[in-house]
Design a protein around this ligand. Sequence first.
Ligand code: RET
Length: 247
Amino acid sequence: MSSLGVEGEGIWLALGTVGMLLGMVYFMAKGWDVQDPEAEEFYVITILIAGIAASSYLSMFFGFGLTEVELVNGQVLDIYWARYADWLFTTPLLLLDIGLLAGAKNRDIATLIGIDAFMIVTGLFATLMTVPVARYAFWTISTIAMLFVLYFLVVVVGEAAAEADEDTQSTFKVLRNVILVAWAVYPVAWLVGTEGLGLLSLYGETLIFMILDLFAKIGFGFILLRSRAVVGGDSAPTPSAEEATAD
Ligand code: RET
């Protein structure tokens, strides 16, 4: 049980790799002719997110992103650490995407990303600790940080978005809801999965993370990059000061 190697869950890691690659190629193809620099920025960020995730999934598939943690009670856990390397870069990029869309202040985007990075790092601590109570302590800290991220996203970034044009507002709301729903499942999956209470097998947990990752990255990117807020329709592309639509 504790010989280090990718087992049945490899199928989900393979599917995750393919899904991320397909998403990346789709975003690249769709963005190929984009000229507007603001739209280009969203493409670059979103393509990067899919690319980072694809390489992380591939590394897990080949067993490179996998390690073992031996707890003080002798229990040995298989840990896919590469997830955290992925999340450390991709969750800030997702927040950058939605922060730029909303037209939030750089300072606010930086705060949001700072708390997010803290969430992932403390989540990694939770995962690597050998004393069970320390694992749950860090899980709690990380989850509190996540609640701050979600609160900040809704209230502070939401306030900025409320000033934007209608297309931007509606895209912001959909993406915000994607984040609210998807992100909140991660700590639950950790808790019921092998890192926590062990109610879920590594096989089931890997499947859940794969679905969540595809939804939170590729689903998110799909909604963002086909929205009129980014594509701009045929007429006015920028969600900036140009339009005199005050309400
Ligand atoms: C951990 C465990 C500790 C508690 C919390 C977690 C949150 C993780 C989140 C990850 C989001 C990942 C995304 C990936 C994109 O594809 C680290 C699982 C709160 C929110 C959106």
